[in-house]
Design a protein around this ligand. Structure first.
Ligand SMILES: *[C@@H]1O[C@H](CO)[C@@H](O)[C@H](O)[C@H]1NC(C)=O
Ligand SMILES: *[C@@H]1O[C@H](CO)[C@@H](O)[C@H](O)[C@H]1NC(C)=O
Ligand SMILES: *[C@@H]1O[C@H](CO)[C@@H](O)[C@H](O)[C@H]1NC(C)=O
Ligand SMILES: *[C@@H]1O[C@H](CO)[C@@H](O)[C@H](O)[C@H]1NC(C)=O
Ligand SMILES: *[C@@H]1O[C@H](CO)[C@@H](O)[C@H](O)[C@H]1NC(C)=O
Ligand SMILES: *[C@@H]1O[C@H](CO)[C@@H](O)[C@H](O)[C@H]1NC(C)=O
Ligand SMILES: *[C@@H]1O[C@H](CO)[C@@H](O)[C@H](O)[C@H]1NC(C)=O
Ligand SMILES: *[C@@H]1O[C@H](CO)[C@@H](O)[C@H](O)[C@H]1NC(C)=O
Ligand SMILES: *[C@@H]1O[C@H](CO)[C@@H](O)[C@H](O)[C@H]1NC(C)=O
Length: 203
């Protein structure tokens, strides 16, 4: 009973520290695909919510894999039940929507925009920039493969760290509260309710 209470308390601490990390989707897209996801690289811990905020244009946030940047993850690896917003037209910024993604793994999560993947409209959550699978490597894969093939023999050259510029990429976590759609409020509400339920158990 005592240890259960301790576990409940620790869970409450974890839940209380879960944060929301906003990635803005859109900006000026046809002109520069590298600005579609802003920031394109974020860090998040298990329990955090990465919120894709579709603010301009007609884009998606679709999970993929490092080897196949422009193909939905589930299509290349059936065990991955990846997220996919589908194309979200924002009607020139007047119909802003969100896609909240709750983080459940420490592994890197790669994603792309259906509309601009071939131009490098991609990003990643918890990218290990010390590994061979860097964001720059992912961008190069996306441009090279253009959503038409999976990476096989050519992946080694495509995935090697470039050695230039990768350190200048921003890796930002911003936290925010509230949100502009029901799904987002439901997630935040559930997280807020959890500690109270656990406190009730402890008492
Ligand atoms: C997008 O880029 C084009 C070309 O640089 C520019 O003319 C246009 O004003 C930009 N639009 C926005 C919304 O930034
Ligand atoms: C695209 O945006 C990135 C980041 O802001 C910038 O470094 C790069 O020079 C831009 N490329 C073009 C073609 O404007
Ligand atoms: C498919 O995804 C699972 C879970 O991420 C991973 O363990 C497995 O290695 C992947 N399979 C292939 C062939 O990449
Ligand atoms: C969004 O993009 C898709 C694919 O290019 C297109 O079929 C659809 O008509 C677009 N929707 C709007 C509202 O522009
Ligand atoms: C979007 O808004 C800009 C500036 O108000 C306007 O010039 C442009 O025509 C609009 N585009 C669409 C597709 O409505
Ligand atoms: C995720 O990483 C954290 C911090 O390194 C670790 O405590 C936790 O056990 C990991 N969780 C999983 C499921 O790997
Ligand atoms: C990607 O493929 C489309 C359709 O084949 C083509 O129009 C586009 O130019 C290609 N983009 C790149 C960057 O190769
Ligand atoms: C990142 O990759 C390097 C090289 O493969 C590895 O040594 C390191 O443990 C990785 N870091 C994490 C947090 O997985
Ligand atoms: C999404 O972007 C819009 C427009 O910039 C902004 O008003 C809104 O607060 C953003 N939503 C979140 C959850 O950050």
């Amino acid at each position: 009973m005592r240890s259960f209470a301790l576990v409940a308390f620790l869970s409450a601490v974890v839940a209380a520290s879960a944060k929301q990390i906003v990635i803005t989707v859109g900006a000026n897209t046809t002109a520069n695909a590298s600005t579609i996801f802003s920031p394109a690289e974020v860090t998040a811990v298990i329990g955090d919510v990465v919120l894709f905020n579709f603010t301009q244009g007609n884009h998606s946030a679709t999970q993929s894999t490092f080897a196949s940047p422009c193909i939905p993850a589930h299509d290349t690896n059936a065990t991955i039940n990846g997220f996919n917003s589908g194309l979200r037209p924002t009607n020139n910024g007047t119909a802003i929507t969100n896609l909240p993604v709750t983080i459940t793994t420490n592994d890197t999560i790669w994603f792309y925009d259906i509309a601009t993947c071939a131009l490098g409209g991609v990003g990643g959550i918890n990218v290990n920039e010390s590994s061979t699978e860097t964001l720059d490597g992912f961008i190069r894969n996306a441009i090279r493969l253009n959503g038409t093939a999976t990476s096989t023999s050519a992946s080694a050259s495509a995935t090697a760290p470039s050695g230039t510029g990768s350190s200048t990429r921003s890796s930002t976590s911003a936290s925010a509260t509230g949100g502009s759609n029901g799904a987002d409020r439901a997630v935040v509400g559930a997280l807020a309710a959890l500690p109270m339920a656990l406190i009730a158990l402890v008492l």
